[in-house]
Every structure is written in C-alpha cells, then in structure tokens.
Design a protein around this ligand. Sequence first.
Ligand SMILES: [Zn+2]
Length: 422
Amino acid sequence: MKPLPNLKIENAIVIGYEGPHTITIQNQFITDVSPSIKTPAQTTAQTTAQTTAQTTINAGGKLVIPGLIDPHLHLDKAFLLEQYPAQKGTFQEALEETFRLKSGFTIEDIQTRAKRVLDNAIAFGVSAIRSHVEVDPVLQLTSIKALLPLKQAYAQRLTLQLAIFAQEGITNQPGTEAMLRETMSMGGDVIGSAPYTDPNPQQNIRIVFDIAQQFNCDIDFHLDFLDDDAPLLLPFVAQETIRRGWQHRVCLGHMTRLAGLLPAELQAMGTLLREAGISILALPASDLYMMARQDTHNVRRGVAPVDRLMAMGVNCAIATNNIQNLFTPFGDGDPLKICTLIAQALQLGTTAHHQQCLAMATTQAAQAIGIHQHSIAPGNIADLVILSAQSVSEAIGAAPIDRTTIKNGQIVAQTHLQRTLT
Ligand SMILES: [Zn+2]
C-alpha cells in the first residue's frame, strides 16, 4: 500500500499532557507526542520530522481529543419523524408507528437516511459507530442489505460496526433465529436483541449467546429498559457471560432500571458487572424523553447511573441511540452534545466529571465496543478531532461548531462557522 501523507499537529492541548504539544503522525499512526516548545537538543529532531511531514496544522492552543465514538445508534430508524411526526408523543405510539413504518422501509430509503447521519458524524469528529441492524419477519434482510455497502463505502472515513438486532423478540417471531444467523453470515459484526420484547427473555438471551459463540462475535443487548417492577435480567446476562467465557465482549444499552435501585442494590449489580467485564451504555437523549411517563409530579430522570457505576470500576459509555424519530424526536448524532446532556442529567459539574463524560464518548466508548488503544499515544491509530475549545469543560459547556476530523492519519472533514453580523 502507498504510504499516506504524514501529518503534524502543533500547539495542541491534549488531555493528560501539560502545556501545548505536537502530535506527529506517520502513515496512519501517532508516532510522537512531545511538548511544542523544544529544548535546542530536541529541535533538530523536530526539524527532521517536519521535512518529511507533508501537512502541518497549527492547533493554536485548541483541544485535540481521540476520535468520538458512538457505541449505540440505529441508522435504519434515523429521521423517521419526517415520515410520521408524533401525534400523541406516547411510548405506545412510538412502538406502534415505528413498527408500521418499518414495513415501508426500502434499501434506498434506509441508505438515504443513514448517509445523512454518517456524513454529519464524520464532520462532528466521530471515528466509529456501532449501528444496530434490525432483523425481524417484517423487515427481514432489508436493513443489512442497505447498511453493508455503506460500511464499505465509508470505511476510509469512519469505522462502522453492524450489530445484528432482533428488536421484536426471537422465540415469539418464527424464523427470526434463522434470519439472525443468515445476517451474521452476510457480514454482521455483533449480535444482539431486546429480551424485554420476548415472552421468554432468558431463552432469547441464550439464543443470542449461542449465535455469538457460533460466529465468535461480541454481544450487545438492549436490556432492563423501562422503569417498572419486572425482575432485572442483568444477573442472568452476567451469569451467562461468565459461564460462556464472554467477559469483555458484552455491552448493555439503556439499563434504565438501574436508576431506580437503592445504593446497596446498585453496588451488588456494579460488582457483578465488573466481575463479568460487561460495559454499560447510558442513552440519555432517549431515556430522559421516554422514562417515568406515569409520574404525575417530580418526574424521575430514568438514566443509567453511569457515574456511580464507574466509581465501582464498571466500564461505562454514552451514545446517541436514535436521531429524530418517535423514540427520540431530538438530536443530530453529535456525541459531544450527549456529553453535555449526561452531565446535566446526572449533575456532573466539576472538571474531573467533564473529563469522565468525554471519556464516555471516546476511550471508554471504544472499549465498550471492542476498539482497543483508542487514545492519543505513540503507536496508536491516529483517529483525532481538533475542537474549537481550549478545555474539556469548554467543549462540554457548549459543543463547538468548528472541528477538524482526522481518521487513520488523514483529514476527512473540516467545519468552519461563517458568521456575518450587521
Ligand atoms: Zn437502541
């Protein structure tokens, strides 16, 4: 393969490094992170490196972060609000109308909506997305047929993981299990389901683990969603994870029920999660909107308490989930805005908290979906974003518009605000 042009980012603020630093990228890897102000002895080395670097960016004291990661997104259900605006705004309407809309999905329709999301994501600085791919008797293989070509088409600019997803249940939907296996054979990366939609959730979970073992892939469940008194499925998933040796390969989204646990109960779940090496994803844009609908006053938030779980040693992250559909009528797919939202929902106000929020949209999100060494350090792949902010708190305080996205050591997007005041 032809070597890629080299890149150097000078005067960058990098989390964990004191003062402005220069990030050197050769081929697609970070080869050096050094203070931008050099001693005379080091100047020679820097000059040599500069002669081979074809592009130099002066970050001018701006923050450079690892590429944003969106570990839980539904590309096939994005922007559905344009096809059906909410009439009631209820959970029941979202379920019924989304199911109805699915029968009208075509490959072209899914691709058109998904491309809007992916193009925006690249500009926001997203370097990887795990998208769920619905498989059920209505949609059958339409979604995977739409998204597989996009995975290839976008590969140089964004890593797209396809998580095959039985949204409507497995044991109650004849033929679904066979379709899940067929979809995995076509090129699915990850297997998952929503056990709460299945009359036999434990059997649903067992089938997903069986498929994961057959295809040697990671698992992603929508689990313990809603805020009723149904028993938690988490202990069963943790037990299966350990029994099958699937530690550090299971990721659970929503987990809204955890928000309602007493501290001692949450501590027990945290211990279980840590032992099983399971990652938890909070999806605040959806869950703040959908949870606690029966509350008449003092409405609960219903967001997984990822701050408390992290303190127990659990790997936690945040994600977009849906973009402008009946389950989440808001959002644009920018993980930085989800950082702001989780900080507001969980009341995380200190500098250290803000760094945790950003880690949940970068390094920890990468870990949750099996992407390793996703940080700014020599030897790692150069997936980076230059933000128009000087600190993490500033970036989370108001997500900056101006960004430069670097994927595999190459600039893949640059966004600049042009404003005219009269
Ligand atoms: Zn989801």
